[in-house]
Design a binder for this molecule. Structure first.
Ligand code: URP
Ligand code: ZN
Ligand code: ZN
Length: 469
């Protein structure tokens, strides 16, 4: 079996930082030996990777992506092939994407469709959550089957009436089922019924620019939906994971629930930590640049960022995922040129998450270990992939990144690998850069070269949520 040794780096996991060599056999980590122990001196290897001056970290786990998602009359511009390749470039070695149940169809049909899209296409490993768009007796029963086959989390929407929306009764039923079968309910918490009224009123008043997307999707309507989701989960006796939290008042709802001892978890995304309504209001030469920043939940005023960072430090928020859902400015975001409600919702970011969070380490917002916790270990535990993913330990998959903490780079659409014609972080300078990426022992990125292949990435059936253990 092929043996690789990573020598001389600082191994950083969520639990510890240790100067150690790492031995890989085939696809797995088999041993770590701290410097000075003498243990690594006896190791023979087919390949030695020099990690002196570098961090040796677990590959990132991005638990919220939407490759090829059909949305608003178009589809997310990254395929599983282009999106997972871009993820690898950015040091992410596992994604959990969302398979979609269409209204009137079964979960099975939706999941099979997403398997067909991803099969043979991915550069890195992948799993699926299931979007429950049509809660019926049949789909509730199907939830049990999906949990048994490793699709152990289900997203429901309190937003997007007529598309993905479920009313409170349907949500409660799905939560009760999740409480029984171990499936984790993930919630898009925005009051979509109220938002649609505000959208209609804004458009009738001639307010068609992208910035009105942020204005109608009021913070109060995120906080209200978050509160309601928490109460419904409490009634059902189920845990709850709230996705893409952007509002300070929604963080406060999660924090209050956690103080009551409820198993309530929250995810935020880099766009809410680094961008704000200032970006949404950008008009640019043609008055429409803000469309690049249309996503839901929406970007919030800058003041919210401090509360999100605080939540990540205190543990009231557990995970940072990207909600990667890219649409090109040209031809896709432009669908909403005369009507902000027709701008497809979503931002690119799967390639940028590890670097942006490392920048937060550089700026002193989070510690190195917290970086690995929120980007690797916590998403792996939350979604039943730990310790196969999310850490570096004997028995774990050899998904490992050699990360140069001193390299600098400027984020730009000119250099990124995502299949989208703009960067949400255009011109942002960050310190830290991926040097080498291993996915199950195979080098897929090395020193500015892509060495991977479509089809290397393997489907990962998942256990139920391990954050409750
Ligand atoms: O704007 C977003 N977030 N688009 C993707 C779909 C979703 O709600 O996560
Ligand atoms: Zn959502
Ligand atoms: Zn999403």
């Amino acid at each position: 079996m092929n043996r690789t040794v990573i020598r001389g780096g600082l191994v950083v996991t969520a639990a510890e930082e240790v100067h150690a060599d790492v031995l890989i056999e085939g696809e797995k980590v088999v041993a770590l030996a701290s410097f000075g122990s003498g243990v690594a001196e006896g190791w023979t290897a087919d390949r030695v990777l020099d990690a002196r001056g570098l961090y040796v970290i677990p590959g990132g786990v991005d638990a919220h992506t939407h490759m090829e998602l059909p949305f608003g009359g178009t589809s997310a511009s990254d395929t599983f092939e282009t999106g997972t390749r871009a993820a690898a470039w950015g040091g992410t070695t596992t994604i959990v994407d969302f398979a979609v149940q269409s209204v009137g169809s079964s979960l099975r049909e939706g999941l099979d469709t997403w398997h067909a899209k991803a099969q043979g296409a991915c550069a890195i490993d992948y799993g699926f959550h299931m979007i429950l768009a049509d809660v019926t007796e049949h789909s509730l029963k199907e939830m049990d089957l999906l949990v048994a086959e490793g699709v152990t989390s289900f997203k429901l929407f309190m937003a997007y009436p007529g598309v993905f929306y479920s009313d409170d009764g349907k949500i409660l039923r799905a939560m009760q089922r999740g409480a029984d079968n171990g499936g984790l309910i993930m919630m898009h918490a925005e009051n979509g019924i109220a938002i649609d009224v505000l959208v209609e009123q804004a458009l009738a008043a001639g307010k068609t620019d992208p910035r009105y997307h942020g204005e109608v999707r009021r913070e109060l309507l995120e906080a209200e939906a978050t509160h309601r989701a928490i109460k419904l989960a409490q009634v059902a006796g189920s845990p709850l994971y709230v996705v893409h939290v952007s509002a300070a008042s929604a963080v406060a709802e999660l924090a209050a629930a956690r103080r009551q001892g409820l198993s309530v978890f929250g995810e935020t995304c880099p766009q809410y930590l680094f961008l704000s309504t200032d970006n949404l209001a950008e008009s640019g030469a043609d008055g429409f640049e803000g469309a690049k920043y249309v996503c839901s939940t929406p970007l919030r005023p800058r003041e919210h960022q401090a509360e999100l960072w605080k939540g990540l430090r205190t543990g009231d928020l557990q995970v940072v995922s990207t909600d990667h859902c890219p649409f090109c400015f040209s031809g896709q975001k432009e669908l909403g040129r005369d009507d902000f409600s027709k701008i497809p919702n979503g931002l690119p970011g799967v390639e940028n998450r590890m670097d942006l969070l490392h920048q937060a380490v550089v700026e002193g917002r989070i510690s190195r270990r917290r970086w690995i916790e929120i980007a690797c270990a916590a998403p792996a535990r939350m979604f039943g992939l730990y310790p196969r993913k999310g850490t570096i330990a004997p028995g774990a998959d050899a998904d490992i990144v050699l990360y140069d903490p001193a390299a600098t780079q400027t984020l730009s659409a000119a250099t990124h690998h995502m299949n989208v014609d703009y960067s949400a972080y255009e011109g942002k300078e960050v310190t830290g850069k991926v040097r080498t990426v291993l996915s199950r022992g195979a080098v897929v990125i090395d020193d500015g070269a892509y060495l991977g292949r479509a089809g290397h990435g393997r489907y990962q059936p998942r256990a139920t949520c391990q954050y409750l253990d």
